[in-house]
Design a protein around this ligand. Structure first.
Ligand SMILES: Nc1nc2c(c(=O)[nH]1)N[C@H]1C(S)=C(S)[C@@H](COP(=O)(O)OP(=O)(O)OC[C@H]3O[C@@H](n4cnc5c(=O)[nH]c(N)nc54)[C@H](O)[C@@H]3O)O[C@H]1N2
Ligand SMILES: Nc1nc2c(c(=O)[nH]1)N[C@H]1C(S)=C(S)[C@@H](COP(=O)(O)OP(=O)(O)OC[C@H]3O[C@@H](n4cnc5c(=O)[nH]c(N)nc54)[C@H](O)[C@@H]3O)O[C@H]1N2
Ligand code: SF4
Ligand SMILES: [Mo]
Length: 714
């Protein structure tokens, strides 16, 4: 924020950015002393222009939530007691030190959750913290999310952060696969007010096509909806590429001469015509041909995929073929296609220049042999790493802004495994399903108490904008920022005793704002923090520029690999067999997001959870009838991994054979201190998802397309 001139009574208005999701909406926060009175959209924000979603107002609930933990807690048995920062940090560090000495470095695991991406201090200090522990057991929400897109980027472009964003405001044909941005507000595509932007495409005479097993809120405002069978996106894309290759519609545009192994790709798709993939995809051959032609011939077109595309068995193959489609139709790096932003701090570019372009499969996890990526392991294997109890097993865990008990596949099993650990430290503002297993809970200052700059997400925004906000209500002397906790904890646990305070002081002197200022100065616009402070609504840096992808290709030979060997092998060995399998004969489960919910952690906001319970299973009438299920009935949803009992909503807007349950619910476990959320507990979708049902290449969780049964609860 920067003090605004307008001042009414005690109230003051501060300008900030909502830190809850990737849309980066500008907000005006009215404060009264240390209280938040109101949060509104900032009409002068050049990016969001006043748009906010209902979650912004809930920032006030978050700030004032009596259940938000304000003092460090130490657990003794089932009891918690408040402790000073010094005692809690000392206890937390001593336990980590003990486990490291007894069982080695890898015995301490780290888990970084989704809010890390929205937290400046965790971004500036989190990587060093992780490095300092030197453990191979690093986990994050990435392996329940975008890992397939990262791996495809690494293999094709040589850098796992090189994920181009759709140029929504200038495209004429927007193909959306496995994403529901009208509800999620966009991901790896920061674009506030998606409804307006999609409307803009249609007003320009363009088309929006959504590929999704459910007729989502995004599909409802699109020109066409193709209700694909879950898990078949790679085959659909292969069918489209077949048409484009055989019709001779391929054009590489600026990448002609810089693409290798195109013949291998065309050879692969040659015998996957629409007629062959129609059965498994559930999409008629004529519709696939029509889609391929429309995409190839539109003046400007962009294909975009997200969580639904990634979290399936062939997520990496789908992410690869999606980018191949953009590339062979000349959409990559062109206006109205998919482009790379030029953010004021080019985090992806800086990491690349420092040699950190990402790695894959340098080692495998001990128990499950899941592949490493960029020093991390897939979280689907974490329970096994704890439970195998042999050499190298995990004995301690640090969670930072994560709730894997509700967010990782087979959370029930992980829940049990966490209970067996010798030492757990949680850096989190809530005592929830995961952090209840902590021995020490270290609560950070709330979001509006910290400065905000989208260090990571600027690289995925649909327009170049720079925006910095100071803390709306600065933290008190008693509160600690996340990054300060990392510095103190890391220093105490790892630095040799005589050097400890020196290390901590030196690291603490590198404040996130100072680092940011430096990065801005060396950035493409030579900005400074002072300059951004003087323009609190944000600085518009213009539309995305073509040519950035071409300039950023980081492969050894400078060429794009359009048919990476290991992808092609997997596609030949497994995906082809899939195509012959046809439709699954029973029901399959998919997930969904909800506007008034944010993964697992906003359900303690009274204004967000009010109204009808939202944790319901969507079932098509054709599937409900034979099971004698009526709207509102309780059903037992069961998979190989587990069972939940949940109310059903019978609805036509989902493909027959598919049922949908949102994740992030299930707040009625013992020891959870979320009084509002408990009243709207719901069930956890991840008590049903399986830690064995993974993307075959990357080990990413395959939440979607999981075989399940549904029966009426007797
Ligand atoms: N079935 C199913 N499961 C899914 C998904 C799905 O689509 N279906 N989606 C997956 C995806 S995409 C994601 S990203 C993951 C998310 O998975 P996670 O990141 O593990 O979980 P979140 O629900 O985001 O929990 C965030 C945690 O951070 C805490 N927190 C919030 N803000 C801060 C902060 O500023 N500092 C600190 N220290 N803590 C904070 C909250 O209290 C909460 O405990 O879930 C995944 N799980
Ligand atoms: N309100 C709200 N906003 C959020 C979040 C939230 O929890 N609530 N979470 C944030 C996070 S962490 C993320 S990563 C983003 C995610 O952003 P999105 O990817 O837009 O999120 P989802 O709504 O999960 O969309 C996934 C879609 O994929 C569909 N789907 C499922 N299986 C398949 C399949 O096999 N093929 C295809 N083609 N589609 C399939 C689902 O029906 C669903 O509509 O949202 C972010 N924004
Ligand atoms: S869409 Fe909602 S949650 Fe996301 S940044 Fe905007 S106001 Fe915040
Ligand atoms: Mo996510």
């Amino acid at each position: 924020m920067r003090a605004e001139p307008c001042r009414t009574e005690q109230r003051e208005q501060r300008i900030a950015t909502c830190p809850l999701c990737e849309a980066l909406c500008g907000v005006l926060v009215e404060v009264d002393g240390r209280r938040i009175r109101e949060v509104r959209g900032d009409p002068d924000d050049p990016f969001s222009r006043g748009y906010i979603c209902p979650k912004a107002a809930a920032l006030a609930d978050l700030h004032d939530d009596p259940d938000r933990i304000r003092t460090p807690l130490i657990r003794a048995g089932a009891e918690w007691r408040e402790a000073s920062w010094d005692e809690a940090l000392e206890r937390a560090a001593a336990g980590l030190d003990r486990v490291r000495r007894r069982h080695g470095r890898d015995a301490v695991a780290l888990y970084y959750g989704n809010p890390v991406a929205h937290n400046l201090g965790l971004l500036t200090h989190g990587l060093a913290f992780r490095r300092a522990f030197g453990t191979r057991n690093v986990y994050s929400a990435s392996s329940t999310d975008q890992l397939p897109q990262m791996l495809a980027a690494l293999r094709m472009f040589g850098h796992l952060g090189l994920i181009p964003v759709p140029d929504v405001d200038r495209t004429d044909f927007f193909l959306i696969m496995g994403a529901n941005p009208v509800v999620s507000n966009g991901s790896l595509m920061s674009a506030p007010d998606m409804r307006r932007r999609l409307g803009g495409i249609r007003q320009r005479g363009g088309r929006v096509v959504v590929v999704d097993p459910r007729r989502t809120q995004t599909a409802a405002v699109a020109d066409e909806h193709l209700a694909i069978r879950p898990g078949a996106d790679a085959l659909l894309l292969a069918g489209m590429l077949h048409v484009i290759a055989t019709e001779g519609w391929m054009r590489l545009g600026r990448f002609a001469g810089r693409v290798k192994r195109l013949d291998a790709l065309t050879a692969f798709v040659r015998d996957l015509p629409p007629e062959r993939v129609a059965g498994r995809t559930g999409i008629a051959p004529e519709a696939i041909r029509r889609l391929a032609a429309a995409f190839a011939h539109a003046r400007r077109a962009a294909c975009y995929g997200r969580v639904g595309l990634c979290t399936q068995r062939y997520g990496t193959l789908a992410a690869w073929l999606l980018q191949a489609l953009n590339l062979v139709t000349g959409r990559l790096d062109e206006v109205g296609g998919v482009l790379l932003p030029t953010p004021a701090v080019d985090a992806v570019g800086i990491l690349g220049r420092l040699g950190w372009r990402g790695t894959f499969d340098r080692w495998r996890s001990t128990a499950r042999r899941l592949p490493e990526f960029s020093g991390e392991l897939p979280v689907a294997g974490l329970a096994d790493e704890i439970e195998h109890a042999g050499p190298g097993s995990v004995r301690a865990l640090i969670t930072v802004a994560g709730n894997p008990v509700l967010s990782a596949p087979n959370g029930r099993r992980l829940d049990r495994a966490l209970g067996s650990l010798e030492h757990v430290v949680a850096i989190d503002p809530y005592l929830n399903e995961t952090t209840r297993h902590a021995h020490v809970l270290l609560p950070p200052a709330p979001p509006l108490a910290r400065p905000h700059y989208p260090l990571a997400l600027g690289s995925f925004a649909v327009r170049n904008v720079a925006k910095y906000a100071d803390a709306v209500i600065p933290r008190t002397g008693e509160q600690r920022h996340d990054w300060e906790i990392l510095v103190e904890l890391g220093g105490r646990a790892l630095a040799p005793r005589p050097l400890r305070w020196l290390v901590i002081r030196a690291a603490a002197a590198l404040r996130p704002e100072r680092i940011l200022d430096l990065l801005l100065r060396f950035g493409p616009y030579r900005l400074t923090l002072a300059r951004l402070r003087a323009a609190p609504h944000g600085v518009d840096l213009g539309p995305l520029q073509p040519g950035r992808v071409a300039a950023s290709i980081a492969t050894a030979d400078g060429r794009i690999d359009i048919a990476p060997e290991d992808f092609l092998r997997e596609a030949r060995d497994k995906l082809r067999a899939e195509e012959d399998r046809g439709a699954p004969d029973g029901l399959v489960l998919i997930g969904r997001r909800q506007l008034r919910s944010n993964n697992s952690w906003m359900h303690n906001s009274p204004r967000l959870v009010k109204g009808a319970d939202r944790c319901v299973l969507l079932v098509h009438p054709d599937d409900a009838a034979p099971r004698q299920l009526l709207d509102g009935d309780l059903a037992v949803l069961e998979s190989e991994a587990g069972t939940v009992t949940v109310a059903v909503e019978v609805i036509g807007a989902i493909r027959p054979g598919v049922v949908s349950l949102p994740h992030g619910w299930g707040h009625d476990r013992d020891g959870v201190r979320l009084r509002v959320a408990r009243l709207h507990a719901g069930v956890s979708a991840n008590d049903v998802t399986s830690e064995r049902h993974l993307d075959t290449l990357s080990g990413n969780a395959a939440f979607n397309g999981l075989p399940v049964t549904v029966r009426r609860r007797s």
